[in-house]
Design a protein around this ligand. Sequence first.
Ligand code: TRP
Length: 334
Amino acid sequence: MSKRILTGDRPTGPLHIGHYAGSLQERLRTQADPSNECFFIIADYQVLTDRLDTQDVERHVMDVATDYLSVGIDPDRSTTFVQSQVPQLADLFVLLSMLTTMSKVKSNPTVKEEVQAAGLGANMSLGMLSYPVSQAADILLFQPDFVPVGEDQLPHIELTREIARTFNNRYGEVFKIPEATVSAVPRLLGLDGNQKMSKSRGNAIFLSDPPDTVRKKIKSAVTDSDREIRYDPVARPAVSNLLSIYQIATGDDMMKIEQRFAGKGYGDLKQELTDAVIDFLAPIQQRRAVFEENRYYVTAMLRGGTERAIAEGTKTLRKVREAMKLDFSRIFRP
Ligand code: TRP
């Protein structure tokens, strides 16, 4: 059955293998069925929720777009666009913010965590508080059936559904109620083996890491004092995570991987893992080199995608305004 999906990323730097395992792989699968429609938003405004330094945003948008192309996101099949360049999103955000109560946004657990992680406290901006409503606009403007996200995004999707229902009840059926889909692949931990892989924690292998960097990073990856190599994410999180990385790199199933390392030591595991990750990244990096040489491919994807997003967004926004009797057709389109 054909479906439309929408998901995206905050452009805070290059993407890592955690992104690949949790999200990019699934996007490629969705994209492979030509009856599906994929929308990918690079949410640059969201970067400003916890920092005001805008110096790197444009470069990071390019980084993310380059990573998308390098893993195989195809601009002829999927629409990749830049949030800040689609004015209809800001327009819809204003309208949706009227349908959202303060108590609803104030109780969002993901926002609370982010405020704490960024040490914002009372300096939290209105933009931070309201970004889930802006994200609801990101989603509803494109009327997707499914929104593939990580666990932490579920409060935002729930809010999106509530806003859509409130709108439809009040002004008439305009919005499709989107459904969140959470990847079955558990979140990868970082090479420290005890927290999720992320750029800010300095524990990630980036898709763009050259072989030498991969070697160094895996060499200093945390293991444990047990000898046996076994997949047991509860009791042995660090070692199990290395096996999970091996699984992503090779595509083998975990039974086979455990058999492969039965009776072997951490030295062997790290050596084979290093080779597997380097081999896995090689074709991605070969493509990356082409796109870095020819930035034109990257900018063309973003321009084309953003144009399509604007066309699609304009249609939805027109329906929204008509339903709300705010299209001003008597004054401006007589
Ligand atoms: N908040 C998401 C993240 O941090 C990024 C995002 C922005 C998004 N808009 C979206 C995800 C719309 C799904 C749908 O990863």
